[in-house]
Ligand binder design. Structure first.
Ligand SMILES: [Zn+2]
Length: 216
């Protein structure tokens, strides 16, 4: 089996990535269910930032849930690692600081199977936080696709529907939808973010002219 450890001390990193609604958390939970069936010890982390639905559980959009340890940083994650666990899972990994890459490497080097799930792109289509580096150092990468809400083809992008310009806007169905490359348009929300929510600053009045020096 592709993701089974061949023996003791065979750590590695698996990344499950993709847009919103592509079933990343479902895939993570499905892998963790197999870990449980294999009677391996497993520990799940999630960032404190993501507080939708349930604070210390990972919950998929289809409402499956698993207990998770909520941490505020990669350092806090490392401090809370159960070193007896064979598998360390991290959901919503895009919200962690860059230090999460070193933490995952450290865990994998110490023999743990590290399974992380998260968005690969933010709503502007830029690689999201530490995820691109995690993709580079991982042994296994699974890129999930969703279904485009406009045309029904495979979707690799998250379209933000709410007018908001911050990268981190935690939310669900009412704030985002999956879109394919062709239907996805980041300017849709950026345009909507103009007045009245974010009124453009008024043009500064012209600087008062310096009084002309009286001609001598
Ligand atoms: Zn489409």
């Amino acid at each position: 089996m592709m993701y089974m450890n061949a023996g003791p001390n065979r750590g590695h990193i698996e990344v499950i990535c993709g847009p919103m609604f592509s079933g990343k958390s479902e895939e993570l939970i499905s892998r963790l269910n197999r870990v449980r069936i294999a009677r391996q010890r497993c520990q799940i982390f999630k960032p404190r930032l993501d507080d939708r639905y349930d604070k210390n559980k990972i919950v998929t959009h289809s409402a499956q849930r698993l207990e998770a340890v909520v941490v505020g940083s990669s350092q806090e994650l490392l401090e809370n690692v159960d070193w007896k666990a064979a598998v360390i899972a991290i959901d919503e990994v895009q919200f962690f600081d860059e230090g999460i890459v070193e933490v995952c490497e450290k865990l994998a080097n110490s023999g743990k199977r590290v399974v992380v799930a998260g968005l690969d792109l933010d709503f502007l289509g830029h690689p999201f936080g530490p995820v691109p580096r995690l993709l580079a150092v991982a042994e296994y990468v699974t890129k999930q696709l969703a279904v485009c809400m406009k045309c029904g083809s495979l979707a690799s992008r998250s379209q933000r529907l709410a007018p908001h310009t911050e990268t981190v806007l935690v939310g669900s169905k009412d704030l985002y939808e999956a879109r394919c490359r062709h239907c996805w348009d980041p300017t849709e929300t950026l345009d909507a973010a103009q007045p009245p929510l974010f009124p453009r600053p008024e043009k500064a009045p012209p600087a008062p002219r310096k009084p002309r020096k009286p001609a001598k």
